[in-house]
Write a protein that binds this ligand. Structure first.
Ligand SMILES: *Cc1c(COP(=O)(O)O)cnc(C)c1O
Length: 398
């Protein structure tokens, strides 16, 4: 057995696709320590620097003092403690929906929700670059799956047309992200809403990378485009811009009640620790304050700094503000080149992960730079300079 796996691992190494864990000896933040080396961290999705913020730490500590650590059981058995209820009330209010439900993670939210909404007589239509959790949820549902090329509305339309012709009785669910996790670009939400209405489909929008980043009070793309009412299933995570952990779905009261009854990753999993719910609620409340808005504006200043300081030939990859996000892929192509570049940057004190297959397609390896409000201007300028120094090597390799 062990030989079998070591051979398989060897194959991964030979293809530059092997991955390993790196121990971090510090809290998350703009500077972290990995095996003794101090690195400026451009790999985190903690966009507002909330993961180690005193406000959230205090909320969690107070909840530990009152509620202890573990939730003891699944939410339906005995695990629905006040912090969970308060968090869901705050989430629904913040997102402008009737109700909300939280899961142990964003991954669990997708895995529980999609199969609760559609089954084997139904159809799920996804953008090609959707996150693994959405793809896995779709597969688990047993529904027919149709995929359209990234942002390709024409192809989406023909899938919807097919579904309506071939399966007139089927429920059709369109699944997409508002900000794509490895591209950093935004979905054409208005057009998607137009299509889903025309074909009588449901729309699930995963706002994982938009929450805390775009829209009024960081409420995401649907809120920004004033389309909250048109998005049937609003998914997101508490683990990125909100700095904590856990996934959520916001929507109508009946949708949420249905998920309480049918989402297996909710029903058969112990509630997340009440202290995390308290911390997540503190994050949401923070976003509604003046200080929260300032933090979000600071993030956008840092994004702008990256855009301005990147070497000319990459500057185009960094989307302007109206269409941007905190995620900036530097597409390199070959897996080995991406790894080499990531290693060189690490030697110079920067943590910029190489993203490879199966996270992205083979031959589309990239560096994924994420900027946060906690970075200093100089962190970003120094990174851009370092990338500039390596760019000739990069260009000849590409
Ligand atoms: C990270 C992510 C998830 C999963 O959320 P977790 O809370 O980390 O499990 C789901 N969808 C997208 C688009 C993501 O980027």
């Amino acid at each position: 057995m062990s030989d079998l796996f070591s051979e398989q691992l060897q194959v991964l190494r030979a293809q530059s696709l092997h991955r390993k864990l790196r121990e971090i000896g510090t809290a998350q933040g703009p500077e972290i320590q990995i095996v003794g080396q101090q690195l400026v961290n451009f790999s985190s999705n903690d966009y507002l620097g909330l993961a180690n913020d005193p406000l959230l730490r205090e909320a969690a500590t107070a909840a530990v003092a009152e509620f202890g650590v573990g939730a003891g059981a699944s939410r339906l058995l005995s695990g629905t403690q006040s912090p969970h209820v308060q968090l869901e009330t705050a989430l629904a209010k913040w997102k402008g929906t009737q109700a909300a439900i939280c899961f142990g993670s964003g991954y669990a939210a997708a895995l529980g929700t999609i199969p609760a909404l559609v089954g084997r007589h139904d159809v799920v239509v996804l953008d090609k670059l959707c996150h693994a959790s959405l793809i896995d949820g779709a597969k688990l549902s047993g529904a027919a799956i149709r995929v359209f090329p990234h942002h390709h509305l024409g192809k989406l339309e023909s899938h919807l047309d097919w579904a309506r012709r071939e399966r007139p009785e089927a429920r059709v669910l369109v699944v997409t992200e508002s900000i794509f996790s490895m591209e950093g670009d935004r979905a054409p939400l208005r057009e998607l809403v137009g299509l889903k209405k025309r074909f009588g489909a449901l729309l699930l929008l995963d706002e994982a990378h938009a929450i805390g980043v775009i829209g009024p009070q960081g409420r995401g793309l649907a809120a920004k485009e004033n389309l909250t009412r048109e998005v049937d299933v609003q998914m997101g995570t508490l683990s990125k811009g909100l700095g904590v952990s856990g996934g959520y779905i916001c929507g109508s009261r009946s949708l949420i009640d249905w998920l309480v009854n049918r989402a297996r990753s909710f029903i058969f999993s112990t509630a997340s620790p009440p202290a995390l719910a308290a911390a997540a609620r503190a994050a949401i409340e923070f976003l509604g304050t003046e200080a929260g808005e300032q933090r979000r504006q600071k993030l956008w200043q840092r994004i702008e700094t990256l855009r301005r300081s990147m070497p000319d030939n990459y500057a185009n990859d960094v989307e302007p503000r109206e269409n941007g996000s905190a995620i900036h892929p530097l597409i390199v192509g070959a897996e080995e080149t991406a790894l080499d570049l990531s290693r060189s940057l690490q030697n110079e004190g920067f943590l910029v992960p190489a993203i490879r297959y199966p996270t992205v397609a083979k031959g589309e390896a990239r560096l994924r730079i994420t900027v946060t409000a906690a970075h200093e201007e100089t962190h970003i300028q120094r990174l851009s300079e370092a990338i500039g120094r390596h760019q000739s090597a990069l260009l000849t390799a590409a």
